[in-house]
Design a protein around this ligand. Structure first.
Ligand code: NAP
Length: 285
């Protein structure tokens, strides 16, 4: 085996112990005949990021996935940033081409591919996004790129919702609200899709859900939760019981991972293998 057969990858963040990425990528690499591709946890505390980025170069890592708290901070240490990541202001994938580091955000591709798999066309829709954090920003950009007609952001903090909406005003009709107001409740009644981007309902707080009355939604509206642990959240269970079609967060996780894998290797992974690895890991947690 020559050293060029060995390629190293990792998930860089803090903490990273909960990450499903090592299992997901390792399974895909093995299935594709890359047994010498190694994927490891890279716990890096805030304040040590610069040294970690230098380490990626000197240790010749081919790529790293990036998670909280480094998604925005890492941008200043990279040589180039892809257009989606620049708009979103966050990087979740870094590719190392001989010491030249490029940052990408694969959440947009993952989100749009998940909608497409669910046969939902965002063009001309009214989308309601719950939450105004990093994932909401990526999703908003995806919806704007696909020319959603109107986007309503609902959050517990209306200032944050409005600030996020303002950032995208040049891209489309976007507005932000306190999700407890009558104005917001009225907008729910014309939604084609409602997307939870908050962590409400995520393990271990599985009895939580966003304080949104799903009964207000019109018939047939798609209820989407980007949380993937658990795969079926209380939000989705409630929607199903009311007869709405639903979409869970697993497909976005896998499809953003597929895009990162493509950037690393130039090839597409076996998605079924990735899904099995993630499901196995979720069951064992
Ligand atoms: P983030 O940047 O911290 O944003 C979280 C948002 O949720 C903020 O608007 C925050 O409001 C709100 N929030 C948090 N706790 C809340 C609570 N108790 N009540 C009401 N609102 C609350 O996090 P993120 O990176 O966007 O991630 C959010 C979720 O998306 C996580 O569950 C993550 O696992 C999931 N995610 C999934 C995928 C996927 O591939 N499926 C990809 C990315 C993220 P404040 O600003 O007021 O705190």
């Amino acid at each position: 085996m020559s050293s060029s057969d060995i390629k190293n990858f990792g998930i860089l963040g803090y903490p990273v112990g909960h990450s499903l990425s090592p299992q997901m990528y390792t399974a895909a690499f093995k299935a594709a005949g890359f047994p010498n591709y190694n994927y490891i946890l890279l716990p890096v505390q805030a304040g040590k990021l610069f040294f970690a980025v230098e380490g990626i170069k000197s240790l010749e890592f081919r790529g790293v996935n990036v998670t909280i708290p480094h998604k925005s901070t890492i941008m200043k240490y990279l040589d180039a940033i892809d257009a989606d990541a620049m708009v979103i202001g966050a990087v979740n994938t870094v590719v190392n081409d001989g010491g030249m580091l490029t940052g990408y955000n694969t959440d947009v591709v993952g989100f749009l591919a998940a909608l497409s798999e669910a046969n939902f066309l965002p063009e001309d829709c009214h989308a309601v996004v719950l939450g105004a954090g990093g994932a909401a920003r990526a999703i908003l950009w995806g919806l704007c790129k696909r020319r959603a007609e109107y986007i309503t952001i609902g959050a517990r903090n209306p200032q944050k919702a409005q600030a996020l909406a303002n950032d995208f005003l040049s891209q489309g009709q976007v507005s932000g609200y306190d999700w407890l107001t009558d104005e917001f409740k009225e907008l729910l009644q014309t939604a084609d899709i409602v997307i939870n981007t908050t962590p409400l309902g995520m393990f271990p707080h599985v009895d939580d859900m966003p304080p949104v009355d799903l009964k207000l939604l019109p018939e047939g509206a798609l209820v989407y939760d980007i949380i993937y642990n658990p795969v079926e959240t209380k939000f989705l269970r409630t929607a199903k019981e009311l007869g709405f079609p639903t979409l869970d967060g697993l497909s976005m996780l896998l499809l953003q991972g597929r895009e990162a894998y493509r950037l690393y290797t130039g090839e597409l992974p076996d998605l079924k293998v990735m899904r099995r690895a993630v499901e196995r890991e979720l069951q064992s947690k």
